[in-house]
Design a protein around this ligand. Structure first.
Ligand code: PRP
Ligand code: ZN
Length: 287
């Protein structure tokens, strides 16, 4: 049944590789990703994983070499192709930015007028410059953009910045943010029949994993007279679970809370009389 596996393309090596692999593993998809491997077939799910250069993934998906893929939104914006964004994945956050050598006395974007800018994102950069009424000379290169100013190929660059290490190592300073980006799951919209069923099942798992990482499970003990105030702080998936403790007059309360606000809620719970508060990671959350 090898030919009816769903094919997913992920970055071979780079910013998104490990997080993409981790996401599939959290979905309980077992596969081998030995170094240098270009493709791998999952042993417990009808999925084939292709390890490719991220910049090539949108094209491969459009051509049907892969059905779905994980790339940065930046690549989607650059390609403007017939590709659907299925889900934002919450990792790989970065920005596409303009950067100049330290010696460049940059004040405003007008300083880039008539200058040479090296980038792998001519489409996005062109639109950005146009919206700022600046005309520059865009040099499209496919990789190692950050070395272009150092070798006299360009006055500035427009490239992805995540930790900022690449810019720092190459003596470049970030001057403008062109777009913010994060990893997204994309498809070519051509999946039907069995492939669509597999995709729906994978999406169900991915959404359960994403919901889990956005939430925490919380347990606490409280004297019964404080329960009303505590329950008001805890919406839960439906409502909190309240169970009596062996010690009379006390209860144990369980609920699910949003990860972003959990410190805030924990402080309020403590102030409302909660004791022995435990906050636990959730593996999967099925809605
Ligand atoms: C991007 C970009 C830089 C690096 C920046 O590469 O081209 O090389 O990430 O990250 P940093 O700010 O953490 O140093 P990408 O992951 O797209 O790989 P690629 O250039 O090989 O396509
Ligand atoms: Zn890339």
């Amino acid at each position: 049944m090898r030919d009816t596996n769903l094919k997913i393309a992920i970055q071979k090596s780079g910013r998104l590789s490990q997080a993409s692999i981790d996401l599939l593993r959290k979905c309980d998809i077992g596969f081998d990703n030995g170094l240098g491997k270009l493709r791998s077939v999952a042993h417990n799910f009808p999925l084939e994983i292709l390890f490719l250069r991220d910049d090539d993934i949108p094209q491969y998906i459009e051509d049907g070499v892969a059905d779905i893929g994980i790339v940065g939104e930046n690549l989607l914006a650059e390609n403007e192709s017939n590709i659907n964004e299925l889900e934002k994945l919450g990792f790989g956050r970065c920005r596409l930015a303009l950067a100049v050598p330290k010696s460049f006395e940059y004040r405003t974007i007008q300083d880039l007028a008539g200058r040479r800018i090296a980038t792998s994102y001519p489409g996005i950069l062109g639109r950005f410059l146009e919206s700022n009424s600046v005309t520059s000379d865009i040099h499209t290169i496919s990789g190692s953009v950050e070395i272009a100013p150092g070798i006299g190929l360009a006055d500035a660059i427009c490239d992805l910045v995540s930790s900022g290490n690449t810019l720092f190592t190459n003596g470049l300073t970030e001057v403008e943010t062109v777009m913010e980006s994060e990893a997204v799951l994309i498809s070519n919209g051509n999946t039907e029949g069995r492939l669509q069923i597999i995709l729906d099942s994978l999406l169900f798992r991915i959404r359960s994993v994403l919901a889990a990482t956005q939430n925490k499970y919380i347990l606490l003990n409280a004297p019964n007279e404080k329960l009303d105030a505590i329950e008001r702080l805890l919406p839960g998936m439906k409502s909190p679970t309240v169970m009596p403790l062996a010690t009379s007059g006390w209860s144990s309360v369980h609920s699910v809370i949003n990860d972003d606000e959990h410190w805030n809620v924990v402080e309020k719970l403590k102030a409302a009389g909660a004791e022995g508060i435990l906050v636990i990671a959730i593996e999967q959350m099925i809605r």
